[in-house]
Design a binder for this molecule. Sequence first.
Ligand code: AMP
Ligand code: MN
Ligand code: MN
Ligand code: MN
Length: 272
Amino acid sequence: MNIDLHCHTNVSDGVLTPNQLIDLAIDRGVDVLSITDHDTLGAYSIIDAVPPHLQLIPGIEFSSQWRKQGVHIVGLKVDLSNESIIKAVTQQTEARKRRAQIIAEKLKGLGFDNCLEGAQAFAGSHIGRPHFAQYLVQIGAVKNINQAFKKYLGAGKVGDIKDEWADLKTVVGWIHQAGGVAVLAHPKKYNLTRTKLVDLISDFCEAGGGAMEVISGLQIPSVTRDLAGLCNKFNLLASCGSDFHAPDKQWAALGMVSQLPDDCIPVWEHWS
Ligand code: AMP
Ligand code: MN
Ligand code: MN
Ligand code: MN
């Protein structure tokens, strides 16, 4: 089975339209797919048709704040018509707009003008840091997107604003109210110390979280083993996804996700 439970469309910060993404998933032989755009379910109302051999699991990637850290919680198999999650999405969308204004002000303080308008030109309805990064590249402030994150937008930098996001318990609550399972996304990508990583997983469990990503994109076997160990230690279900955003990123290719280790309990056992 080819299973990819984490990817993005141009409704958030991916480049493909939802229908293009579905077509690519079919080309890649994906059997089970979840589109998990940042803080929006918008892709699901754009998709025309899904062939019967592709199982589409309604999903979302919520932004959350844990301690002073921005963390991501994926919601899988959520009821798209659930009022709580619809309200949550509206709330996060407003938070995203407020946050974009703050990021623009911070960048203005460094001498970069018109960042909000500039970033907006790259964004759809859901503006995020990647759109600011694109603008900084456009005006020649940085050489590339990676440098924009390194200097201005990444963890601990001036544009890393996460105070607007809801806490873990709130986000997990939204997902549960919509009948979904809450998945801690890409635990290794926060660059936490070991103690803090264990604290995060522990707090996520306490907040009611049910699963964690044991595989996120291309990763080395030792990372997979380590995450599988943590996943089992905390009795969480295991998820896997590419975190696909764009076709040219080889380390996050749609439908190219390794198999979960045998000793993990896959998250799809929760719903199948
Ligand atoms: P936001 O949703 O506005 O907080 O932006 C987070 C998104 O920025 C992530 O989902 C990634 O797609 C992207 N991102 C984060 N760090 C980097 C980086 N170092 N280089 C490129 N993109 C990044
Ligand atoms: Mn993203
Ligand atoms: Mn993420
Ligand atoms: Mn993602």
